[in-house]
Design a protein around this ligand. Structure first.
Ligand code: AHR
Length: 642
């Protein structure tokens, strides 16, 4: 018996030696010096970036339901329009170019009808992958028309399912050889919402009708005429975005002068907008989302506009404009700012007022070009200097942002873009720790961890969160951040860029896991970064870091926001050690975003598979342990006495 006991004791001793001998990982510690502020966080830290890509506006945020409303998508055929004939009626449709005096609309649809009470003929529009129709909803239709060849009658407008069920209907008397605008209201009743529908203009008459700028709007966010989809605007509002970088991206540049974002062609009444080919992303832009609409979008969500101006460098351009050839584009940028901010005594301010916007907008940030590091002739420094001098001379308060590193002038911010895989996010977490502060302040104007499509998956959310913790820790340098691309229409053919934040079809929308992570991050940020450090960082077998964090504090009430990403597949128990004049209060709040598998994602069919969960938690004193779940993003909101 004695022997057995000593054997057992011997075994216990040996195993404890084994346990300590096997270099048992030490508990990670995050030390927070809560009273030592190392940086102020710019109130504009979390914002949005947007451009016309993936049907972001047309077929996306911009609420117009008619596709190819100005008949400019294709010079040869009336794409997305088809002829409708029923009963004994005959009809045909064709593109035409009957002038519409005083407008920029050069093309229209000719509808030849041979019909009577025994049948109808007309034109149908199939919308952006269908016309979404909802119950008990009012739709505003409008169009320009002129008639000929004896047409003297009634046009019927209808919303109908693709298998022929009428969902809403109204009539309008349309006659006359002159172009005239018609406005018609369509109302649905009790029905099930659906997408497989079309919009039809038809007649039971004989004659010819020319149609131009055919439009159909559902209810709009804040009832702004020519405005945006409420569901998408509400999703954006949830992100608490402080600024909007627009209009691109490659969309700003275009592949040729004619296809750049030429702001002058996007303002005024819709009849004054010729529309343009968005060749950067290979589809036609209606320009319904024009310069003023971007500003309305900013107003509606209380965002600071960050206005991108064309800088004489197109996409894939081998010969950027310099010297005198650049001059008109510098003038164009100054005119653009004047259009937005000028009063009635200025040429362009007066034009804005004439366009229906008496109040001047405020512009505090202008970005010169986009991704000018693609300029192989290295002319950007020279081009930036010319824009910088001209803008500062006229508008000294404007912060001028460079789209690449420059030496010629002290750019107020340099816009740097990061697209990466999760593995790279681990390195990027420290990309700005040792960045030379003498190079000036940084704007991360585009970033995304590119995992999953058409919207990114949970793996990407981990990567984006890791990257953002690094940016928050370096907020003395990084002033603003925004993800790209923001939107994707998830229908087949809707996506040009395969990693996006928010997906939708005509009826619904959803956020990727990264959307939810960004929403949580933007809502849980203080105005100061406090001194902190981490010890015993857990490492993976291939010696990559597994724990990432940032700490910010509200200077008003001392609340600490600790963001932690646990990349490992194990629970990580971390000691949180808060050194502060204040006392940590027991009641804290925890928000957790996690998923069963890294490639889990949200979709239009399963939009809420991965969403954050918040709960109250108790913490004990200024030093406490917290167990961070495997593969998780956690935000702890820790309250303390002042
Ligand atoms: O976000 C998609 C594209 O990526 C942007 O248009 C461009 O700026 C970048 O290369």
């Amino acid at each position: 018996m004695k022997n057995t006991k000593s054997l057992f004791l011997g075994f216990l001793l040996a195993s404890s030696v084994l346990l300590t001998g096997a270099a048992k990982a030490q508990k990670p510690v995050i030390r927070i010096q809560a009273d030592e502020t190392v940086a102020k966080i710019n109130p504009l830290f979390y914002g949005l970036m947007t451009e016309e890509i993936n049907y972001s506006y047309d077929g996306g945020l911009y609420a117009e339901l008619i596709r190819n409303r100005a008949f400019k998508d294709n010079a040869a055929t009336p794409d997305h329009w088809s002829v409708v004939t029923e009963g004994e009626a005959k009809g045909s449709i064709a593109l035409d170019s009957i002038p519409q005096p005083g407008t920029a609309l050069t093309r229209n649809l000719r509808l030849d009808i041979e019909a009577n009470e025994k049948g109808r003929a007309g034109a149908a529009n199939s919308g952006y992958w269908g016309i979404p129709v909802k119950p008990n909803t009012t739709y505003q239709a409008s169009f320009y028309a002129k008639t000929g060849n004896g047409f003297g009658g009634t046009l019927t407008l209808s919303l109908e399912s693709n298998d022929g069920k009428i969902l809403a209907k109204a009539t309008v008397k349309a006659t006359g050889k002159e172009w005239k605008k018609y406005n018609v209201t369509l109302k649905t009743g009790k029905m099930t919402e659906s997408l497989n529908n079309r919009f039809v203009i038809s007649a039971q008459q004989k004659g010819t009708v020319w149609l131009s700028l055919v439009s159909l709007f559902p209810p709009i966010y804040k009832n702004r005429p020519n405005g945006n989809r409420p569901d998408l605007m509400e999703m954006l509002a949830e992100m608490k975005p402080a600024f909007l970088r627009f209009p691109g991206g490659n969309y700003l540049q275009g592949k040729s002068l004619a296809t750049r974002f030429d702001w002058k062609q996007t303002v005024g009444d819709l009849t004054q907008r010729p529309t343009h080919l968005n060749d950067a992303w290979k589809y036609h832009s209606s320009d319904g989302m024009g310069l003023i609409e971007f500003m309305h979008w900013c107003e509606d969500l209380k965002m600071e506009p960050v206005l991108g101006v064309f800088a004489g460098f197109m996409l894939l351009d081998k010969n950027p404009m310099t010297g005198d050839t650049l001059k008109p584009y510098i003038d164009d940028a100054l005119n653009q700012i004047e259009y937005l901010t000028g009063d009635a005594t200025t040429h362009w301010g007066a034009k804005r007022i004439k366009d229906g916007h008496p109040e001047a907008f405020k512009i505090n940030y202008v970005e010169v070009g986009n991704e000018d590091f693609f300029d192989k002739k290295r002319t950007y420094d020279h081009r930036f200097a010319a824009f910088y001098d001209a803008i500062k001379a006229r508008y000294p308060h404007i912060k001028v942002i460079a789209s690449d590193h420059v030496k010629s002038r002290p750019a107020d911010l340099t816009d740097l873009h990061h697209y990466f895989k999760l593995e790279k996010a681990i390195k990027l977490a420290h990309a700005y720790d040792n960045y030379d502060r003498k190079r000036g302040k940084v704007f991360i104007g585009e970033y995304a961890c590119r995992e999953g499509k058409p919207t990114t998956n949970f793996k990407a959310a981990l990567g984006d969160a890791i990257f953002l913790t690094g940016l928050e820790r370096n907020a003395d340098l990084v002033e603003m951040t925004c993800y790209a691309p923001l939107f994707v229409n998830v229908n087949k053919g809707g996506m040009q860029w395969p990693s996006n934040l928010i997906g939708y079809n005509g009826l619904g929308c959803y956020g990727s896991p990264s959307y939810y992570m960004q929403t949580v991050f933007a809502k849980n940020v203080g105005d100061e970064v406090v001194k902190s450090s981490i010890e015993n960082i857990p490492m993976s077998a291939d010696t990559t870091e597994q724990l990432f964090y940032s700490v910010t504090k509200s200077s008003q009430n001392g609340t600490l926001y600790l963001k932690v990403v646990n990349l490992s597949d194990k629970v990580q128990t971390v000691q949180i050690d808060i050194n502060s004049a204040g006392k940590v209060l027991p009641q804290a709040e925890m928000t957790l975003l996690t998923a069963e598998k890294r490639d889990d994602t949200n979709t239009i069919a399963e939009p809420k598979k991965i969403t954050p969960k918040s709960m109250k938690i108790s913490v004990s004193g200024n030093t406490f342990d917290y167990e961070f779940k495997p593969n998780s993003i956690t935000v702890l909101k820790i309250n303390q006495t002042k």
